[in-house]
Design a protein around this ligand. Structure first.
Ligand SMILES: NC(=O)C1=CN([C@@H]2O[C@H](COP(=O)(O)OP(=O)(O)OC[C@H]3O[C@@H](n4cnc5c(N)ncnc54)[C@H](OP(=O)(O)O)[C@@H]3O)[C@@H](O)[C@H]2O)C=CC1
Ligand SMILES: C=C(O[C@H]1[C@H](O)[C@@H](CO)O[C@H](OP(=O)(O)OP(=O)(O)OC[C@H]2O[C@@H](n3ccc(=O)[nH]c3=O)[C@H](O)[C@@H]2O)[C@@H]1NC(C)=O)C(=O)O
Length: 289
């Protein structure tokens, strides 16, 4: 049998937005070779290794010194346009996808410009920027199950909701996807992309390492986690060098070499305070590793 293309004891410090130090027991970079991915997943299953899927690392919080299993880093980067459709691999950065659409005169991806992370992670999370969600433009995705089976899912099969999708509940790796876009005026598209990026910069999204929103909003009840935390005067609270951002209550920032356990303690502290003071259960958006 051909030797598997796996690295051992790989540092993930520069693969997660918080820059938390940790090592993966096994690490595989998926560049698009599906039969190799299937072989590696079968090996992980036989070897009883847990599987972790890594995109841009912008929405994970690492709390362990060692990730005891196989990390599949999704880094396939094909992207093609057909009329008003784009087929894109999951390893493409959301902003690159948006730029590619713009270059081809296609509108509807402007909201993804400036969004950290990759397309696979954005679909997993049903990325949302104000009124736009990725589920509004996604047609279908090709996935590989952890047992190595290839499937094609239509949008309606993906059970999208606010910051929710089937991928948060099933062991699927999203490989590539087709998006249905619309021709637009390039000047207008660029203007909107520029506006979106400037808004993010203004709100301090890139001031410190962070994973963006830590908690989901509760849209049904009109509850914004950031506003709630702000109104309870919790901004600025810190544990070690992890701190609730003074510019946005739903962000926890790494001020200086924070460790993942301190960030996790701050998350639990916020949940406890919000429960005590408002009787609200805040649901985490960030994925804990
Ligand atoms: N609005 C904002 O400002 C921000 C938004 N975000 C959101 O989070 C998303 C994170 O993207 P990204 O950084 O790439 O993701 P991450 O690498 O942070 O992964 C997050 C989770 O997504 C799952 N995942 C990632 N890629 C795939 C894939 N190809 N197939 C199946 N599951 C996958 C993994 O699940 P598992 O652990 O189960 O293996 C992982 O835990 C962004 O696109 C955005 O939606 C993040 C930061 C800021
Ligand atoms: C940052 C993320 O996504 C973001 C996304 O970038 C933005 C823009 O569309 O909308 C959501 O944030 P958000 O709901 O906190 O948006 P904001 O506009 O910043 O805040 C909502 C409301 O709360 C208020 N607010 C926010 C923070 C704060 O400290 N104080 C405060 O009063 C704002 O003034 C606003 O009235 C997404 N978060 C969630 C959990 O849905 C992420 O996923 O990591």
């Amino acid at each position: 049998m051909k030797k598997l293309n796996i690295e051992k004891n790989k540092s993930l410090k520069f693969f997660n937005a918080y820059f938390i130090k940790t090592n993966a027991k096994y690490f595989y970079e998926f560049k698009g070779n599906i039969s190799e991915l299937q072989q590696i997943l079968r090996w992980a299953s036989i070897s009883n290794e847990d599987v972790y899927i890594l995109g841009g690392g912008s929405n994970i919080l690492v709390t362990k010194d060692k990730i005891d299993g196989l990390v599949v880093y999704v880094n396939n980067d094909d992207i093609e346009v057909y009329d008003e459709k784009i087929r894109v691999s999951s390893g493409v950065d959301s902003s690159i996808f948006s730029i590619f659409a713009y270059v081809n005169g296609l509108s509807k991806t402007e909201f993804l410009y400036g969004l950290p992370g990759k397309i696979g992670g954005a679909i997993y999370m049903n990325a949302r920027v104000y009124e736009n969600s990725i589920s509004d433009i996604l047609k279908k995705s090709r996935v590989v199950t952890y047992s190595g089976e290839i499937k094609e899912l239509e949008n309606k099969d993906m059970n999208f909701g606010y910051k929710d999708s089937i991928f948060q509940h099933k062991n699927y790796i999203i490989i590539d996807s087709e998006f249905e876009l619309k021709k637009g005026d390039k000047g207008d598209i660029l203007k909107q992309m520029d506006y979106n990026l400037k808004q993010r910069v203004k709100k301090g999204h890139f001031d410190y390492p962070s994973c963006g929103s830590v908690f989901k909003n509760s849209l049904m009840d009109d509850i914004y986690a950031g506003e709630l935390i702000d109104n309870l005067n919790l901004k600025g609270t810190s544990i070690g060098t992890a701190e609730i951002f003074d510019k946005h209550g739903n962000f926890i920032i790494n001020k200086n070499e924070a460790n993942g356990k301190d960030i996790q303690k701050l998350i639990s502290y916020i949940q406890k305070k919000v429960k005590e003071m408002k009787d609200i259960d805040l649901e985490k958006e960030v994925v804990i590793w």
